[in-house]
Design a protein around this ligand. Sequence first.
Ligand SMILES: Cc1cc2nc3c(=O)[nH]c(=O)nc-3n(C[C@H](O)[C@H](O)[C@H](O)COP(=O)(O)OP(=O)(O)OC[C@H]3O[C@@H](n4cnc5c(N)ncnc54)[C@H](O)[C@@H]3O)c2cc1C
Ligand code: SF4
Ligand code: SF4
Length: 923
Amino acid sequence: MDSLISALHTHFPADRVIADELRRLAWGTDASFYRLVPRVVVVIENEADLLHVLAVTRQHRIHLTFRAAGTSLSGQAVTDGVLVLIGEGFASFELAADALSVRLGPGIVGSEVNRRLAHLGRKIGPDPASIATCKIGGIAANNASGMCCGTAQNSYRTLAGMRVILADGSVLDTEEAASVAAFRQSHAGLLDELERLGQQTRADIALANRIRHKFKIKNTTGYSLNALVDYSDPLEILTHLMIGSEGTLGFISRITYHTVTEDPFKASALIFFPDIETACQAVIRLKPQPVAAVELLDRAALRSVENKPGLPPIIRSLGDSVAALLVEVRSHHAPGLQAHIDIALAAMTGIATVETPYFSTDPETCEMYWKVRKGTFPSVGAMRRAGTTVIIEDVAFPIASLAAATLDLQALLRQHGYHEAIIFGHALEGNLHFVFTQDFGDPAEVRRYAGFMDEVCKLVVDRYDGSLKAEHGTGRNMAPFVEMEWGQQATDLMRRIKALFDPENRLNPGVILNDDPAAHLQHLKPMPPAEDIVDRCIECGFCEPLCPSHQLTLSPRQRIVSWRELSRRGAAGEPAGALGKDYPYFGLDTCAGCGLCSTACPVAINTGDLTRRLRGRAQSDFARSVGRWTGEHFGAVAVTARLGLQLGHLASAVVGDKALGILSRGAWKTAMPRAGRSVGAHRGNGDPVVYFPACGGRIFGPNAAGEAQLGEVIQQVLVRAGYAPRLPQEFDHLCCGQMLASKGLAEEANASAARLEAALDAASEHGRYPIIMDASTCSVRMQEYLAGRLPLLDFHEFAHDALLPRLRLVRQAGPIALHINCSVRKSGSDAKLQKVVSACVERVIAPAGVSCCGFSGDRGFVVPELNQHALRKIRDELPASCMSGVSSNRTCEIGLTAESGRTYRSVAYLLEECSRTQTMEAC
Ligand SMILES: Cc1cc2nc3c(=O)[nH]c(=O)nc-3n(C[C@H](O)[C@H](O)[C@H](O)COP(=O)(O)OP(=O)(O)OC[C@H]3O[C@@H](n4cnc5c(N)ncnc54)[C@H](O)[C@@H]3O)c2cc1C
Ligand code: SF4
Ligand code: SF4
């Protein structure tokens, strides 16, 4: 083992030092088009961890890069040194009593902070479009911003305090008097120099004015030099320089933000103008008005989304020169909102529009407009040729030049052959994004990109004195152009700052400042075609927070990155090496196949489909025939499984659950359900409904002896609500095939589904009666398979639509935990499940830190670490008073019970308990 890794092992447990080829490659990717493979990846959970990494890297003279969520677009979160992952130990959240400020760890996701602030009508200022994924460390270190925050509410402007660790291992906490006093003594030289730099800069009127001028619009090129003109206290200069420093000056260990108001009343208007110039005239008029956001879309951007549902059809017939503004106004009360709408409309009086501007207050319409606007970037990504990269550039112009600059940019893009390019942006800030696709596999194409970027930089800097990076950070991408934008004097100032904080140049070298004029053309990320279902992936990382295996093995993005590399090696005739050896476990075995990744993916990739396809390819003929036999003899399979469960209980009675769990390597769970049995039909006189009890509830019985089985409970509730349940013929021998599908045995799985369809068709008299199933994963699979041929609902959907209106419920106080499993989330029926549970219980808790439970049919038995990892936060998120939970999938409930220490059952049990008085009344 190399000495660097050994030195890390003296402090870190083995699982937090990642040195294998597969995961180093996987972590070597951020959302940019650069790739560097780290020598080692280390996960830090506290400051002591970081201090150890700093000491070891100093000793080994190696550089390091911090990584929050890795959604950076300019190449600032990749390294060939040590990649330091900010772990969950840094996800702290501490709200001030008045809610006007919040102290945050760098590892908490931005939208999670806003979720916790929402009920107070507050949020953090920075609002990057990636906020559901990116973390506070990255938001602060990139000085990220979005559609509404402008330059007034970014991290720089809303900073209230900071805890920093410098390259020499010293800690400064500006909110702790003792720390400040100690730092003033220990680092008097650094503070004196910062103070001196500030004085010199402010005294140089031309330089100071230039800095002020450049930060009037969004700017993340180079360091936040405005710190030198805005502040005289060296501590303030230091903390404000940390904002936007991209991990090159020190580590932000905690940050306190002033919170800002989140207005509850909002209205949006999508307004079309005959051309860009007219749209930009409107922007100039709107700038001083109380408008929250104004987004500009050029014709190509509009065209990229014009077929999205809900958009006015007129878009498709508009001319080639047309442009649009998406305008949002907000207020804390309804009359204020109307006033703001009136002001915005009045401001545009006399400006030519294609149609009369109209503001909608309907939340769904407004959400659709913004969703469509956010969909412009991915739409180019989704349409690109396999093997190419999608690039998003991020420039800003003085707002008065916006129209001319947009036209110039359009012309430049055309001139360089980027005909698919679109332009959109945060017009109030003069911030434009242009998106185009690029092939980096061909040297001629790289030259085309280089030539284009040179021209872009000239256009932005020489013609308009704009910003080369408005919000995405300088990274490696713009580092060679910092001096071009800022001039030598200001860039020398930046070099002095870097040398002052990091004299050995170990913190993220090559980022922000780089002497290589071609640095932006080095380490370009290959994007080889791999598999049609994932070739559209833009490696943005938006799928990661939802994935149950993220940070256990691989995330969806990392599965795709690794598979791309394996495919490239395969195509080039290179050996797959350690990557090929490790992929089956890291990539395939530990993917739950839940598809939750697709719900966050801007290009709708379900990485579970890739997993299933690859698993299928790996299946032998023998495995296929076993799969076929299983589907055809499911009755026998279920009997054998029940027998196994009975034997397990016998063994557990002797050695105990815990010992059996260890002996079976986690396959035997704490509080394992009893073995199930076949259910009998309940008689009812009411409306017929077909009920198919899925195999999970037939094999796994109730949680405790003496409790009714799921199939019995559901039928009781149906009868109580005036239905007559019908069980399909031979139902105990049938299965939807989900178990086989998850193993990649698609054909065999569909044969099972076809047999079930025939039985459901007969029982429902060709769809005359509704059909319900009681396991969400299976219900959703059958819904997809049937594609509307039969009216099939998951139990909670039927309960919501048909049972709630018929049942009189006595509500329990609770609290009760609700697990919304991945199938329910994907099918969009979560609101119905929530309503059913809320109709039964007053206090319902849906733990925010849990998405998919990772049990995934048999994964919970085969790779129990996946289920344990997915549910690692559940105990902490549930209060002690919450003793039980509900869900809608039998196997999920097994894992949830084992990992949470609470008994989870189907929502049907709850409905049955709460509707008992109805039976008594009927009696
Ligand atoms: C589709 C898409 C849309 C985007 N939209 C926007 C947008 O609207 N606005 C915008 O500004 N950006 C946007 N981004 C870019 C990016 O998401 C943001 O800049 C984001 O804030 C980066 O956060 P992160 O957690 O991913 O940080 P990372 O990428 O992990 O890190 C960012 C930088 O911060 C450094 N760093 C991280 N943590 C620390 C720390 N604790 N101390 C010191 N340095 C640290 C890293 O070394 C790196 O240099 C977008 C990205 C994508 C893929
Ligand atoms: S799968 Fe989708 S969400 Fe995940 S990295 Fe790729 S494009 Fe982004
Ligand atoms: S299917 Fe589920 S487990 Fe697999 S990559 Fe997607 S989110 Fe992760």
